[in-house]
Design a protein. Structure first.
Length: 129
């Protein structure tokens, strides 16, 4: 009989519990005394993120080109971001996120990389680091 596997670690201020599904894939993380997050996966693709009450915080949309290639995030709670709504990840030819836009096409964040992929700068729509 297959069972879920749980890993726990405690410190003076926090407890960490990780849970792995029947096929061995990671499916939840709970950090007590700070916040709790649970994740729904389909294989290696994250589908949704939930809070400690199982309320959806975000739902993710993927491409079929690469593993865990997130194209958009539908943010449903202010627990996860400052504003709710749909956000889209615009990528360069090698799949690195270069811009994040909202549903109206407004620039939310821009990422600049070195020629070797190191993040050099992340700026918001007002050009602030």
């Amino acid at each position: 009989m297959l069972k879920k596997k749980r890993i726990s670690k405690s410190s003076a201020s926090k407890n960490l519990n990780l849970s792995f599904g029947l096929k061995g894939n990671f499916d939840s993380m709970c950090i007590y005394n700070s916040y709790s997050r649970k994740y729904a996966y389909d294989g290696q693709e994250i589908l949704a993120e939930f809070d400690e009450n199982d309320a959806a915080l975000a739902v993710y949309t993927h491409s079929t080109l690469r593993t865990d290639d997130v194209l958009a995030a539908d943010i449903r709670s202010n627990k996860l971001a400052n504003q709710t709504g749909s956000y889209f990840y615009l990528k360069d030819a090698i799949g690195s996120v270069v811009d994040v836009t909202d549903a109206n096409g407004n620039l939310i964040q821009h990422y600049a990389y070195s020629s070797f992929g190191k993040v050099l700068k992340i700026v918001d729509s007002s050009e602030t680091d």
